[in-house]
Design a protein. Structure first.
Length: 256
């Protein structure tokens, strides 16, 4: 990563310069200290400048995504990728955002491909990836994706609840209880988590409906009043009469 290399270069150069220019001076030992200060300052400055270059691409992507222009949003994210060597984890973050966009469009194979190379600190990434893998019959891989997401998102209630739900579906209620018992205080204080843990301990099925859209978007269950396959408003849908010729209006005037 370029900012890191530049910062190390500046720090080493300054530290060595001070050290060798004052070999018998009390300032001799200040070289490493000065190098550390310059390392932090240089890294912060370069990262900030690069961030300003990236911001317009991210804003454009969010604007296009909000208008359901997924192709343009993906193009904007890809445009920011040229700065991947200048900002830590940018490439992985872009993969996650593009994967989520593909998932919203129903392009699940593309979504899984990008999310598998995504950034685990964005909780929606491992959440959607885990759901996709489980629905594809890859149970162990789904569990692994969710566990990794939990490591980086300690306060996400949805990730451990989905993992516990998968354990329950696979007939391992004890593992499901262990997952929810091992969560952070913030997650345990979550009403849905507390309810599901109580249900598991009393041999009842977990109820994920309380998570609302975060649950229904995973397509394991359809909300009441919505038909199977119905798309949430805001996601682009193909035209209904694609390929059909519109009916011609009868231009003949009615006789009086």
């Amino acid at each position: 990563m370029y900012p890191l290399l530049i910062s190390i270069g500046v720090a080493l150069t300054s530290a060595l310069a001070v050290t060798f220019s004052t070999p018998k001076d009390p300032l001799y030992f200040s070289g490493p200290f000065l190098g550390l200060i310059l390392f932090v300052a240089t890294f912060f400055l370069v990262s900030r400048l690069v961030g300003k270059k990236i911001q317009p691409f991210l804003e454009a992507a969010q604007r296009h995504a909000g208008a359901s222009k997924v192709d343009q949003a993906v193009e904007a994210y890809e445009g920011a990728r040229k700065y991947a060597n200048w900002q830590l984890f940018l490439d992985k973050q872009i993969n996650t955002q593009i994967g989520i966009l593909h998932y919203a469009m129903g392009e699940e194979e593309k979504a899984a491909e990008f999310l598998a190379k995504g950034y685990p600190k964005i909780p929606q990434g491992p959440l959607v990836l885990g759901a996709l893998l489980y629905r594809a019959g890859k149970t162990d891989e789904a569990k692994k994706a969710l566990e990794q997401g939990m490591q980086f998102n300690k306060d996400s209630a949805m990730l451990p609840n989905l993992l516990a739900w998968i354990h329950e579906k696979e007939g391992d209620r004890d593992a499901a209880v262990a997952v929810l018992n091992g969560t952070s205080k913030a997650v345990k204080a979550n009403a849905e988590t507390a309810d599901n843990l109580d249900r598991l301990k009393n041999n009842k099925r977990m109820n994920m409906k309380g998570f609302g859209q975060n649950w229904f978007m995973l397509k394991f269950e359809v909300p009441q009043g919505m038909a199977q396959g119905q798309v949430r408003k805001g996601f682009r849908q193909p035209p209904k009469n694609k390929g059909k010729q519109p009916k011609k209006k009868d231009k003949k005037k009615k006789k009086r």
